[in-house]
Design a protein around this ligand. Structure first.
Ligand code: ADE
Ligand code: ZN
Length: 356
């Protein structure tokens, strides 16, 4: 349906439409926008609550699941922060990340860049070491046991102050080599990028990659500010760019990736339904858009669920599938050699689907 850039047209072999669902499932892909706290499934919330002696305000799983009816980003965040309260020990953080990574492997994810929100935990007296050591151990195991290249991105909570972000960065510096970059998440509207310009400048000097949620609920202007004031290398969500043709042209020209999360956008009422999503317009404009799951335990699906539902609703094509997976490798912070090897695997996968 959408016309991707020439580069993709040269690489994607034609694949019959009936082969598309299977191809979406097995093609190698990178997930670049997933919050580890958003992978906390209701079953694990109850298991960890029992393990750690935490009282929950829900009698059972159905009671908890019944609360997952969101009307806005904030209505979700309130529950998401409450759910994270069951995470207490290094083993908890490990088990959470390990469960996600196993699930990602089943979706043929070969690279995962995973957000974590340390302030959600340090505010409850959990140490930075507890959080990072647990998550990092799972990421290291993922390489040897699952063949996934996994990396962590520390995300600042934008509803908190600049001072608290600086303090969080200081606490994380002893673990500098355990995360590859910083992000900015939580309540967007009213907490513009400029609030964190100085923190991000310091992160840049430390050689950290910089990404930011922008243009999820907030206006397209926040995307521009994330680029100009935070020097973000990637925009998380960014779906409001479609309202601003000049910004779209800039994002395309500078190949700034957008980590789009379709099921999240519908659950949080950014779009009324998937068929109204801006993704086809972003792809048609030649942007480096990718598909991601955001908070899969809360939004009804992991990465392949996002691909499947989006392709069904928007009648996307095999060409789009190739483009989205190739974009995910291009947009990742992995080495050039890793990116090339995954892109080669992607081409081989399409070739096999064409000839089988
Ligand atoms: N934290 C977890 N999920 C988020 C989202 N979709 N937007 C902003 N902050 C988040
Ligand atoms: Zn997010």
């Amino acid at each position: 349906m959408t016309a991707g850039p020439d580069r993709a047209a040269r690489h994607a072999p034609p694949v019959a439409r009936e082969r598309l669902p299977a191809l979406l499932a097995v093609m190698p892909k990178a997930e670049l926008h997933v919050h580890i706290e958003g992978t906390l499934e209701p079953e694990m919330i109850f298991m960890l609550a029992e393990r750690n002696g935490v009282a929950l305000p829900y009698a059972n799983l159905d009671g908890l699941r019944g609360a997952y009816a969101f009307t806005s980003l904030q209505s979700f965040l309130d529950l998401y922060y409450q759910g994270a309260g069951v995470l207490r020990t290094e083993q908890d953080f490990h088990d959470l990340a390990w469960a996600y990574l196993q699930r990602a492997a089943a979706d043929h994810v070969v690279r995962a860049e995973i957000f974590f929100d340390p302030q959600t935990h340090t505010a409850r007296g959990i140490s930075m070491a507890t959080v990072i050591n647990g998550l990092k151990r799972a990421c290291t195991e993922a390489r040897t046991r699952l063949g996934i290249s996994a990396a962590l991105i520390l995300s600042f909570l934008r509803h908190l102050s600049e001072r608290e972000a600086f303090e969080t960065l200081e606490q994380a510096l002893p673990f500098r080599d355990d995360f590859i970059g910083v992000g900015l998440d939580s309540s967007e509207v009213g907490n513009p990028p400029e609030k964190f310009a100085r923190v991000f400048a310091r992160c840049g000097k430390l050689g950290l990659h910089r990404v930011a949620h922008a243009g999820e609920e907030g206006p397209a202007a926040y995307i521009r500010d994330a680029l100009d004031l935070l020097h973000a290398e990637r925009i998380d969500h960014g779906v409001q760019a479609a309202t601003d043709p000049q910004l779209m042209a800039r994002l395309a020209a500078e190949r700034i990736p957008l980590t789009v999360c379709p099921l999240s956008n519908v659950k949080l009422c950014v779009f009324p339904d998937l068929s109204r999503h801006s993704l086809p317009r972003l792809l048609a404009a030649g942007l480096c858009a990718t598909i991601n799951s955001d908070d899969p335990a809360y939004f009804g699906g992991y990465l392949n669920d996002n691909f499947q539902a989006t392709f069904d609703a928007l009648a996307l094509t095999a060409q789009d599938a190739w483009q989205l997976a190739a974009n995910s490798f291009e947009a990742s912070f992995a080495s050039a050699a890793e990116k090339q090897s995954w892109t080669d695997r992607l081409s081989a996968c399409f070739e096999a689907a064409r000839t089988s």
